[in-house]
Write a protein that binds this ligand. Structure first.
Ligand SMILES: Nc1nc2c(ncn2[C@@H]2O[C@H](COP(=O)(O)OP(=O)(O)OP(=O)(O)O)[C@@H](O)[C@H]2O)c(=O)[nH]1
Ligand SMILES: [Zn+2]
Length: 186
């Protein structure tokens, strides 16, 4: 799905008029184009080469990348929500480059999202790509739509998790994951 630059520009110009701004004033006149370029940039991060390595087939323990900084956009208000992602999997003969876990998080985050949906999409994509024994994803995020408007309740985090495969069926694997993501925070 390609981004339609002209449509975004028209919409942003109209939006600025809607909030009583003059879209032709010095500071705003380039804004519609900037916003369109920003969405093109987000869009360009959706596709990447999820390269797999089969030669590491002997490593079958947990791989965890924790504290991935993550920025997303709430689909209700189009305000950011942001925080940390912790992503783990247990390979079944195939591993990926660690950066691909970060790219996966980003690819699904940079679009209008719900935190629950984002969590599930990351887990399901990794299950599909890696065909691992299991995947675990935990997101801890602050929603600006709750911090700066509406209920105006800043500074707290919403936690969501998606567990797949062995992380669901084996309590010891799940506990190891939870212990590892908590380490260094006590
Ligand atoms: N489940 C879920 N809810 C979210 C997420 N992001 C924002 N919300 C909530 O979505 C709801 C939208 O509620 P509405 O009542 O339709 O909109 P609203 O009148 O602007 O709501 P308030 O934020 O309570 O003022 C709010 O309760 C938000 O806090 C998310 O990622 N997941
Ligand atoms: Zn919101």
């Amino acid at each position: 799905m390609a981004v339609d630059r002209e449509k975004i520009k028209q919409a942003v110009r109209l939006f600025l008029e809607g909030i009583g701004e003059d879209p032709n004033r010095e500071g705003l006149k380039e804004t519609p184009d900037r916003v369109a370029r920003m969405w093109e940039e987000f869009d360009s991060m959706r596709e990447f080469d999820f390269k797999l390595f089969e030669e590491f087939g002997s490593y079958n323990e947990m791989v965890l990348v924790k504290d991935i900084n993550i920025y997303s956009i709430c689909e209700h208000h189009l305000l950011p929500f942001f925080g940390k992602a912790h992503v783990a999997y247990i390979p079944d003969g195939i591993v990926c480059g660690l950066s691909k876990l970060v790219r996966t998080v980003r690819a699904f985050a940079l679009r209008p999202q719900l935190q629950e949906k984002l969590t599930n999409e990351i887990a399901d994509f990794l299950m599909e790509q890696l065909k691992p024994k299991g995947v675990a994803v935990v997101l801890e995020m602050e929603h600006l739509c709750m911090s700066m408007r509406g209920v105006i309740s800043p500074g707290h985090l919403t936690t969501t998790s998606a567990l797949r495969g062995i992380f669901l069926s084996d309590i010891r694997t799940r506990e190891e994951f939870l212990k590892l993501i908590k380490r260094g925070r006590e």
